[in-house]
Ligand binder design. Structure first.
Ligand SMILES: [Zn+2]
Length: 289
């Protein structure tokens, strides 16, 4: 992975200006709109390599599939909010970008006419095709995806910060979406109080998986640019399994796997807690006609 001097070459993907200043170690801040991005030049092949089996089993998640119950608890609370903005969901189709192992689409299938999704991870898409054959799952980059049909709702759960060019994705969604369609997304808020206090130690700063860092202001500018108006904007609470918390703190960060193993054997890791650190934005926006 090479570090590229984007200060000279790349325009801000939110406001299209070219006025960068360095912030923290590998991040740049747009002096015009405040958008923050990593100055990593990373190829699509490198991204595909990042999101292999190990990403979901050990590297970023302890074990994504084992945490299914808690992951779906979180998706259900997001889905309940989304459903308030959808009339006649049984007649609508939903498409998820970054669908991972299909845990959201499995739930959404109970409320929508059709569910489909795309993910760059071959491992994740294979899992969906084996376990949920009724989900239309596609492997690849959404920006390269030739649509078979338009959809009413596009979801990006904690995904937009991973994408190399979110502006291209939002532009494509704006062209692929049905009239009055919705985008629902979650992503970290780098202007949140917690992010400002934690600075470069904020838990959501980790390039190269998190390439971009939005705020309520910059995500709104980007969505407005492609004709979306924000209907709902809040901070998402989430259930966290103690397994995930202990895994991150003891194994990934502190390198104390022996203590993690003891807690796991005592079944302490089986519980979950609901937290809202007010630093993950939940945005729902509608395409203006
Ligand atoms: Zn900008």
């Amino acid at each position: 992975m090479s570090i590229m001097d984007v200060t000279m070459t790349d325009r801000c993907l939110v406001c299209e200006k070219n006025l960068w200043e360095p912030i923290y170690k590998v991040l740049l801040r747009c002096r015009s709109c405040g958008f923050i991005t990593s100055n990593l030049d990373i190829s699509e092949e490198e991204l595909e390599t990042i999101y292999n089996h190990n990403y979901f089993h050990g590297r970023e998640y302890g074990n994504y599939i084992a945490d299914k119950r808690i992951i779906q608890k979180n998706f259900m609370s997001r889905l309940n909010i989304l459903l308030k903005y959808v009339n006649n969901s049984q007649k609508k189709s939903i498409f998820e970008i970054g669908s991972a192992y299909g845990f959201f689409l499995e739930l959404a299938n109970n409320y929508f006419k059709s569910v489909s999704g795309i993910d760059i991870s071959a491992d994740a898409i294979n899992y969906i095709q084996t376990n949920y054959p009724w989900i239309h799952a596609n492997r690849g980059e959404y920006s390269d995806y030739n649509i078979e049909q338009r959809h009413d709702i596009y979801c990006l759960w904690d995904t937009i910060e991973h994408i190399k060019r979110p502006d291209i994705y939002i532009d494509k969604i704006a062209r692929d979406i049905n009239a009055d369609g919705l985008i629902a997304l979650t992503t970290g808020d780098i202007e949140s109080l917690n992010a400002k206090i934690q600075r470069n130690r904020w838990r959501l700063i980790h390039p190269p998986t998190h390439l971009h860092y939005f705020s309520k202001k910059t995500i709104e500018i980007l969505l407005n640019r492609y004709g979306f108006e924000i209907l709902y904007s809040s901070y998402a609470s989430s259930y966290m399994s103690l397994n995930h918390i202990f895994y991150i703190t003891l194994v990934v960060n502190k390198k104390m796997p022996q203590i993690y193993e003891i807690l796991r054997k005592l079944h302490i890791t089986n519980f979950s807690v609901r937290v809202n650190m007010h630093d993950v934005m939940y945005i729902i926006a509608r395409k203006k006609n």
